[in-house]
Design a protein around this ligand. Structure first.
Ligand SMILES: Cc1cc2nc3c(=O)[nH]c(=O)nc-3n(C[C@H](O)[C@H](O)[C@H](O)COP(=O)(O)O)c2cc1C
Length: 249
């Protein structure tokens, strides 16, 4: 399998960076082809703006979707966006490795979605969800948090991980990926707010790496998160009244 590992962390020697190295090593050992995409190292600029678009479809009013579509059709998307799209087209599995920052992915990765998943190319009105461009390919978020696991339990102060990851995971499904259950490593907090004694913390990180290594080689065969699709929705895009998952408020 062709595996793209995308890292969104400003420090390559971080725990997140270590998880990338581990994934690359384990997957390569299992016979997969690996490419690492380190957004910070490559200096990826995550801010969508008018100046990216050289041959504007509308020079008076900047509508990102209009320009994305026109530049995709004209084969004139920014070079870095073309490079990222080529990587996605190559990969059969994409691993998104990032720390939870303010209950979401770091801004560099949010902006990567804004700029790289271009309208008119990687999605359109018809080419979405289970009819998405990347259908048949797999994606997984490997996330670290500072707060410990129990604080993410129901009524816990750190909130609900299913909600925090909904925007990124549903965006991946939107462009057609089979999204695997995330790998969440809680309580990865050295320095600053420390939650464990140093020895315990080291063991905790070691166990986290061991669990990730054990899971990685099975990713090819794991079942994806079940999302609803076009056959499940009515003309308004709402779950059909007859759908077995439908319940009344
Ligand atoms: C800007 C910023 C925001 C953060 N927000 C959260 C958060 O919302 N929830 C959380 O549990 N940890 C949060 N953290 C802690 C990081 O998730 C944690 O430091 C990271 O997962 C540790 O991995 P690393 O050592 O590879 O950086 C935040 C850290 C930073 C720098």
């Amino acid at each position: 399998m062709k595996v793209l590992i995308l890292l969104a962390h400003p420090e390559r020697a971080s725990f997140n960076g270590g998880l990338v190295d581990l994934a690359a090593e384990v997957m390569a050992h299992a016979g997969h082809e690996i490419e690492i995409d380190d957004l910070y190292m490559e200096g990826f600029d995550p801010v969508e703006r008018a100046s990216w678009y050289t041959q504007r479809a509308d020079s008076r009013y900047f509508a990102p979707l209009t320009e994305q579509r026109a530049h995709h059709e004209g084969n004139s998307l920014p070079e870095d966006v073309q490079r990222e799209i080529a990587r996605l087209e190559w990969a059969e599995l994409v691993i998104f490795q990032f720390p939870l920052w303010w209950h979401a992915q770091p801004a560099i990765l949010k902006g990567w979605f804004d700029r790289v998943l271009v309208y008119g190319g990687l999605y359109s009105g018809r080419m979405r969800y289970n009819h998405g461009y990347f259908r048949g390919k797999r994606a997984i978020c490997s996330v670290t948090t500072g707060s410990p696991e129990h604080t993410f339990m129901p009524f816990g102060r750190a909130g609900n991980m299913v909600e925090w990851l909904w925007p990124i995971q549903s965006s991946l499904y939107y462009v057609g990926y089979d999204v695997l259950a995330p790998q969440v490593n809680y309580g990865v907090q050295g320095g600053g707010l420390a939650y464990q004694k140093e020895g315990e913390f080291k063991e905790h990180l070691k166990a986290a790496k061991k669990a990730w290594a054990a899971r990685l080689t099975g990713l090819e065969n794991e079942s994806a998160i079940p999302f609803t699709g076009w056959d499940d929705w009515d003309a308004d895009g709402v779950l059909k009244a007859s759908h077995p998952m439908r319940w009344r408020l």
